[in-house]
Design a protein around this ligand. Structure first.
Ligand code: MF3
Ligand code: CO
Length: 250
């Protein structure tokens, strides 16, 4: 069942999403060679306290941390660790969620660590543009298939593949609500978008195969072929005036 949010509820979803945007922004500023993903986790906990919100991920289905930090071939759900130290030329995906006043915010981005290769630059540029194109489809009367097609054609025309095993989602009073928002093929059900729907769009693009596997820690998702992956996510409300990106920093 897809819940439609009132204007007032969408108004209330601004704060958690703005907090997520600010926290991600601060964390990206720390992504330099020599920094461990554990240090990013520590910083994220400090910021959650500072903003007086709650982590949306901590203990969600047993997830052990506040932050998901996924390096290079890690696609999503990377568990922060002292052993994972950023090196020049890496890419790092940061995914963060909080709860404020009963409402959730969720966003993610992939950032370069120092100088990266042209191939990785292209992966990040195409990934972030894929999200922009997905957002553009969030209008009343469009369907989930418009989002999926926008992402898949753009990614594949640029030589990348789209992850299928993980998808976007509705978001509101829960982190994950209906509908599921795939970034490929024709979604089933192919829900028609209506004013008041709030969706977390989160395309994941791989340089090689779209196939992924989960590591023995039960969380970390990696590409099957070990090639790098990028992840960009925004929480977006469908409104009569077009897409409203709640999790964009301003
Ligand atoms: N943005 C991801 C999602 O919406 C983050 C979930 S991580 C988890 O699925 F720890 F909460 F599972
Ligand atoms: Co999400």
């Amino acid at each position: 069942m897809v819940v439609l949010r009132t204007r007032d509820e969408i108004e209330k979803m601004k704060r958690p999403n703005q907090v997520v945007a600010n926290i991600l922004n601060e964390l990206v500023g720390l992504c330099r060679p020599g920094v461990s993903t554990f240090e990013l986790e520590e910083k994220s906990r400090e910021l959650v306290e500072k903003y007086k919100v709650k982590s949306a991920f901590y203990q969600y289905r047993g997830y052990p941390d506040f932050l998901c930090a996924s390096l290079n071939e890690e696609v999503v759900h990377g568990i922060p660790s002292k052993q994972k130290v950023l090196r020049e030329g890496d890419i790092i995906s940061l995914d963060f969620g909080v709860i404020d006043n009963g409402f959730y915010g969720d966003a993610a981005l992939t950032a370069p660590v120092g100088k990266i290769s042209d191939a990785l630059k292209k992966l990040l540029a195409v990934g972030s543009e894929a999200l922009r194109r997905a957002i553009e489809q969030c209008r009343p009367g469009n369907h989930l298939s418009d989002i999926a097609r926008a992402v898949q054609t753009w990614a594949e025309d640029n030589g990348f593949s789209v992850v299928r095993d993980f998808v976007g989602h509705g978001i509101g009073r829960n982190l994950h609500e209906d509908p599921q928002v795939p970034n490929f093929g024709i979604p089933k059900p192919n829900v028609r978008l209506r004013e008041g729907m709030v969706l977390a769009l989160e395309p994941m693009l791989n340089m090689g195969t779209w196939r992924v596997k989960i590591l023995d820690d039960g969380w970390t998702v990696v590409t099957e072929d070990g090639q790098p992956s990028a992840h960009f996510e925004h929480t977006v409300a469908v409104t009569g005036n077009g897409p409203l990106v709640l999790s964009r920093a301003n």
